[in-house]
Design a protein around this ligand. Structure first.
Ligand SMILES: Cc1ncc(C[n+]2csc(CCOP(=O)(O)OP(=O)(O)O)c2C)c(N)n1
Length: 578
């Protein structure tokens, strides 16, 4: 009997890729895609890496595919923006060994800066998009993605969402079947995208897409599930599950290939039902096509463009029923920096000095919210540094004297490097703070080139951020211990007052890193407390105000970093060894 296992959607993708014989995988972490690589690296005979960013990851996979093996790259939806340059061109080139882009969208913004819909990028890059509805399909469609990639000579996007990647389901396992490596043949007309060659390949891409669209109507992953002909739903991904839960009797056209769409099959389905409803998360993608074919349907006038869908949404909108589980029953828990997080002391110092931060993406983005309130902007990875440069060029050096850029170590290595290069090159006088907590904290502790460890846990020489900055001819580069607030304050004052570019590397490992443990806790001495509230300023969740105004420390939360003890002028907080 076939072996079955309950798997996370992302683990199922990794398993499917391994069974399909993938030999090279490259990725940059990003919720909700990270676990694909973290699972894949555990399998034998696969090379899997963290790349510095998604563009590099995509290019590694493209190179491996050109070398004749099955290859993949994984990223979150915004990662595909970074990788879109190679994606658009490799669409023309096609694939030798199967080439799969696993891209995870985040409807509902669980951990992202926008809710973009990868199907639209697939469409504009002329790359087919597959969309699984559960772990079993995530597994099966990953394998299919490699097959389609080779059959149609195209990269294929496997699009998931947070709900699919992070839910568990039963997966039937198979053995790994590795296709033979394809011998290399020089083919300049196909692999060198100069205008003359690209013109020819563009024609090929159009033909390929037309052919796939025709074939799509007979693909097993696009199927009509006949039922009551009063209402028919066209749906895909997790939205399919909600339709089956709320309308088990309804007719359903379930799409697995969401681009290009199977027009013939959609027409056939539409002709069989009285009311046609398109139930798809995010953009009205299928709906726009269906309407453009002159087929009457309902879609976004019933449902939202934003947010994650649910069975409750269907019940409320189509059955006027109360939601089965009310969201109100779940208490709100806003994100907050952990106790002992080194970013907290940086923000404490910046706030004390009245400095604004051009922010970036990572745990330290939480410096935007109360009580820290220091980060004023966040756009995308790497933007903190270049945006501060733009501000200076717009308004002059004096204007940014009360500004710094803050960026994490992983984000600096991702695209911050390019931004700093711009400042070094184009005469900036900005102050850049690299908050180096020795990990990619936000996405759950992935390594990168400056941590000295690879995805498979090998120790390698760590690239020095300090020396990168020095190599850019930046004269003033200072390393400071994040928890030495007095020194940090002195350095920030000194560097922001300079008329030259400077970098402050604020060092202290993430408080949650394995092996990073302060051998202390803090206790409050209420008799000495003057109720001044200084220790509350950095917003540590372990420091609490009692009803009488004195302070207590939550022993279960305290990490012993000692920031609060540095702020108390009355000795009312005491660090003790544990
Ligand atoms: C283009 C892109 N790729 C990936 C992500 C996911 N992501 C958000 S922040 C971040 C890096 C965080 O690490 P770091 O900069 O070291 O800061 P920390 O969270 O450790 O403070 C990642 C990978 C993203 N938002 N955008």
């Amino acid at each position: 009997m076939a072996k079955k296992e309950i798997m996370l959607g992302n683990a199922a993708i990794a398993r499917g890729a391994w069974e399909a014989g993938v030999k090279v995988s490259a990725a940059y972490p990003g919720t909700p895609s990270t676990e694909i690589s973290e699972n894949l690296v555990k399998y034998p005979d696969v090379y899997a890496e963290w790349s510095p960013n998604e563009k590099v990851a995509a290019e590694v996979a493209i190179g491996a595919s050109m070398a004749g093996v099955r290859a993949m790259c994984s990223m979150k939806h915004v990662g595909l923006n970074v990788a879109s340059d190679p994606l658009y061109s490799v669409s023309y080139i096609g694939a030798k060994g199967g080439l799969v882009f696993c891209v995870a969208d985040d409807p509902g913004l669980y951990s992202s800066q926008n809710e973009q819909d990868t199907r639209l990028i697939g469409r504009s890059a002329h790359v087919p998009v597959l969309e699984p509805s559960d772990s079993a399909e995530a597994h099966d469609m990953t394998k299919l993605a490699f097959e389609l990639s080779e059959k149609y000579d195209t990269p294929v996007i496997l699009r998931t969402t947070t709900r699919i990647g992070h839910s568990q389901g039963t997966v039937e396992l198979s053995d790994r079947v590795c296709p033979d490596d394809i011998p290399y043949e020089r083919d300049v007309m196909k692999n060198v995208m100069m205008p003359g060659m690209a013109k020819g390949r563009h024609v090929y891409v159009e033909e390929r897409e037309k052919k796939m669209a025709e074939d799509a109507s007979s693909m097993a992953i696009n199927r009509i599930e006949p039922g009551d002909d009063e209402t028919g739903f066209i749906t895909s991904g997790v939205a399919y599950q909600y339709v089956k839960e709320v309308f088990p009797e309804a007719s359903v056209l379930k799409l697995g290939l969401v681009y290009p769409l199977p027009e013939k099959l959609i027409r056939e389905f539409a002709s069989k039902v009285k009311r046609l409803i398109i139930f798809e998360e995010l953009e009205p993608f299928i709906e726009t096509y269906v309407r453009s074919w002159g087929i009457e349907c309902e879609g976004k006038e019933l449902f939202t463009l934003q947010g994650e869908y649910s069975a409750n949404l269907l019940r409320e909108r189509l059955k006027s029923e109360q939601a089965k589980v009310s969201a109100k029953e779940v208490p709100n828990r806003p994100p907050i920096l952990c106790p002992g997080c080194p970013h907290r002391s940086t923000y404490y110092v910046l706030k004390k000095l009245g400095i604004h931060a051009s922010g970036d993406i990572g745990c330290y983005t939480l410096g935007a919210v109360a009580p820290l309130g220091v980060v004023d902007t966040t756009v995308c990875m790497g933007a903190s540094i270049s945006m501060l440069h733009g501000m200076e060029k717009a308004r002059g050096a004096e204007y940014i004297k009360k500004w710094v850029a803050v960026i994490g170590d992983s984000t600096f290595m991702h695209t911050g490097i390019n931004s700093l290069e711009d400042l070094a090159y184009n005469g900036s006088s900005a102050t850049v703070m690299i908050l180096d907590n020795s990990t990619t904290g936000m996405t759950g502790h992935q390594d990168h080139a400056a941590t000295g460890r690879t995805l498979d846990g090998r120790e390698v020489p760590a690239i020095s951020i300090y020396r990168i900055c020095k190599a850019m001819n930046i004269e003033h580069v200072v390393e400071v211990d994040a928890f030495d607030t007095a020194e940090l304050e002195r350095v920030v004052k000194e560097e922001t007052s300079r008329d030259a570019l400077s970098v402050i590397i604020v060092c202290a490992p993430c408080a949650l890193l394995k092996g990073q443990k302060f051998p202390y806790k803090v206790r409050a001495l209420p008799d000495k407390c003057k109720k001044c509230g200084m220790c509350l300023k950095p917003g540590c969740p372990a420091v609490k105000k009692k009803e009488d105004g004195t302070i207590e420390i939550d022993d279960t939360l305290c990490n012993g970093c000692g920031l609060c003890t540095q702020l108390c002028n009355f000795g009312a907080l005491e660090r003790y060894e544990i």
